[in-house]
Design a protein around this ligand. Structure first.
Ligand SMILES: Cc1cc2nc3c(=O)[nH]c(=O)nc-3n(C[C@H](O)[C@H](O)[C@H](O)COP(=O)(O)O)c2cc1C
Length: 104
């Protein structure tokens, strides 16, 4: 059976990072972190407001390239904080279309 990977985004307190690490340890998965190409700047409240604008517009900030081949995994779990009642705009993208039948 192919291995699992948890791909996550975490911005403010590392909460999603901690959950990801617990999950990955529990199921023996690898971890891939994604980050925005441009870090969010300003105070917490400023980023909360920016996040609201991005969620409302459906804007997804570009991310840094990741050094991982996700096609080798059988399961890809996604980790994201809640931003404005939904997943953060810069959540990891779902499984590529080239991987039909994959589980998330
Ligand atoms: C832009 C922004 C929007 C947020 N919106 C919500 C929300 O709608 N509901 C909620 O319960 N928490 C919200 N939060 C709080 C985060 O979801 C929470 O602190 C989370 O644990 C942060 O994860 P992280 O430390 O991995 O970034 C928001 C935080 C930010 C920065």
């Amino acid at each position: 059976m192919k291995k699992a990977v948890v791909v996550y985004y975490s911005w403010s307190n590392g909460n999603t990072k901690r959950i990801t690490e617990l999950l990955a340890e529990g199921i023996g998965a690898d971890i891939v972190r994604i980050d925005t190409a441009e870090p969010y700047k300003g105070s917490y409240n400023e980023v909360v407001s920016q996040g609201q604008r991005e969620v409302n517009k459906g804007y997804k900030p570009p991310i840094k390239s990741i050094d991982a081949d996700l096609s080798k995994y059988g399961v890809i779990a996604i980790g994201t904080p809640t931003w404005w009642y939904t997943m953060a705009p810069r959540r990891p993208s779902p499984v590529p279309k080239s991987r039909p039948g994959s589980e998330t």
